[in-house]
Design a protein around this ligand. Structure first.
Ligand SMILES: Cc1ncc(COP(=O)(O)O)c(C=O)c1O
Length: 400
């Protein structure tokens, strides 16, 4: 029996897979990349073809919001990477979180959300979900199988994010997923930090994986997008909800993300190497109270990271030691304003270094460290010596 390309890709290395997934050149006149198919209207050859029932269309494409050959190429690549039954593409990473919350929860339901969640997820839960009669409790990221004690008769969904936003706590994904499944809950995880290159949540029992494709898949700080991928059981509800909301992305953006995917593992390797060097360098400084990076043996979640993850991306935080003269905010601002190479910006995953002071004021369990302000760094693809020299400028600005 001859071996096909699909079979080869199933067992190939990550760079090989990223270089070939979603491509079908001979369906595109031999061109390596898929065409950018722009369009809202799709024509049908006859009225009979057009009036077929919704679930049994006469042709693959029926309307622009329901996909194009370009968006399908991206969905196919993500399905393969995540081991998912289906993926929807949405206009931002935040929508990738809010859409499945609305797809799987109904009035009267209860959801458990990790306390170190991406803050806009919390804002959505505390406002929109609450408005629709859905209650939410936040849980300790390091709860593991102990999550069982928080599950109520009406708990329908458990949301994870590891490492946690800004404070980087690791989660025992398998233990949480197993406990949640015993009660029939949907298990959803924000996997933006690791990407499927470093962690595949579905291999650890997660049902629905979300990604801010804005970050590493884009890699160039110029596209906003989210992916939501679901397993066989949970795909129909997600697909239906997406259809009913009319969420979609342009083929131009899908093309850009596909382009980014081809180099994602290579970029991540570099992000990982530089970020770890910088984390180690920061650990040796007297003006740093703690470095929050799962790849450091000193970090409390290190053992779980080492057991379950294949690597670390380029985002981590550190706690700036407070001084007698300068209190939290002033000290963080002085440090950040001393940086010249680092941009001050909220996003991450691009080729350039960014820094931001972490806002942890909404946390109920994993509260802000008392030792000083938390600074989150996104380590870009620049040379490590130049990045360290810039951080030294920041420390010099606070008298370090
Ligand atoms: C962990 C995480 N998830 C989701 C998002 C949302 O992505 P977007 O900015 O595309 O809405 C972000 C954005 O920073 C994030 O950090």
């Amino acid at each position: 029996m001859s071996v096909g390309k699909k079979d080869i890709l199933e067992t190939a290395g990550i760079n090989t897979r990223l270089g070939h997934l979603g491509l079908d050149p001979f369906a595109n006149n031999g061109f390596v990349n898929p065409p950018i198919v722009r369009g809202s209207t799709v024509l049908f050859p006859s009225a009979g073809d057009m009036s077929r029932p919704a679930g049994e269309p006469s042709q693959k494409y029926t309307y622009g919001t329901h996909g194009s050959p370009t968006t399908d190429a991206l969905c196919e690549a993500i399905n393969e990477l995540e081991g998912a039954a289906g993926t929807v593409l949405v206009p931002s990473g935040l929508v990738a979180i809010t859409l499945p919350l609305l797809a799987y929860l109904s009035a009267g339901d209860h959801a458990l959300i990790v306390d170190s969640v991406y803050n806009p997820t919390r804002v959505f839960c505390d406002n929109i979900l609450k408005k629709f009669g859905i209650s939410v409790d936040y849980y300790d990221p390091e709860i593991g199988a102990g999550i069982a004690a928080l599950i109520k008769p009406n708990t329908k969904l458990v949301h994870l994010e590891a490492p946690g936003s800004h404070t980087m706590e690791m989660q025992d994904v398998r233990a949480i997923a197993d406990a949640a499944h015993l009660h029939g809950c949907v298990v959803m995880m924000d996997n933006t930090w690791a990407t499927p290159v470093f962690f595949r949540p579905m291999d650890y029992g997660v049902d629905v994986v979300i990604h801010a494709a804005t970050k590493y898949p884009s890699g160039h700080s110029d596209v906003l997008m989210g992916f939501v991928s679901a397993n066989e059981t949970h795909w129909p509800a997600l697909h239906q909800a997406n259809w009913q909301f009319g969420m979609c992305v342009t083929s131009d953006d899908a093309y850009q993300i596909l382009r980014g995917l081809r180099t994602m593992a290579l970029r991540l390797e570099r992000h990982q190497e530089t970020a770890l060097k910088i984390a180690q360098w920061l650990e040796g400084r007297d003006d740093v109270a703690a470095v929050l990076h799962p790849g450091l043996p000193s970090f409390p979640g290190h053992a779980i990271w080492k057991r379950d993850f294949k690597g670390a991306s380029g985002v981590f935080s550190f706690v700036l030691k407070e001084s007698q003269e300068q209190r939290f905010k002033a000290r963080a601002h002085a440090f950040l304003d001393g940086l010249k190479l680092f941009g001050l910006g909220y996003s991450w995953g691009g080729y350039e270094c960014l820094a931001v002071q972490s806002f942890l004021g909404d946390r109920t369990i994993r509260k802000a460290p008392k030792e000083g302000p938390v600074i989150r760094l996104q380590i870009g693809l620049e040379d490590v010596e130049d990045i360290i020299a810039d951080l030294e400028r920041g420390f010099a600005a606070i008298g370090g």
